[in-house]
Design a protein. Sequence first.
Length: 82
Amino acid sequence: MKLTVDISKYPLADNYIEPIKGFIDELNKFENLHIITNPLSTQVFGDYDEVMAALQACIKWSFERYGKVVFVCKFLHGDLRP
């Protein structure tokens, strides 16, 4: 099954650019995913299990590295990339 996720990260810190870029860099390490970024969010496309595993790993990494952050996610069935 294919999955599309629209995710936004809101670091609870003055220096918010580095944690956002770090999260995107971690996501890009997963070669089987297609990732599109824009000024408002990041879209992740791929196989359901691979997308969920990547998000689980990257969100955990982000919490451990940067502390308090807020993630807002929308999960959509299918590959909805433009």
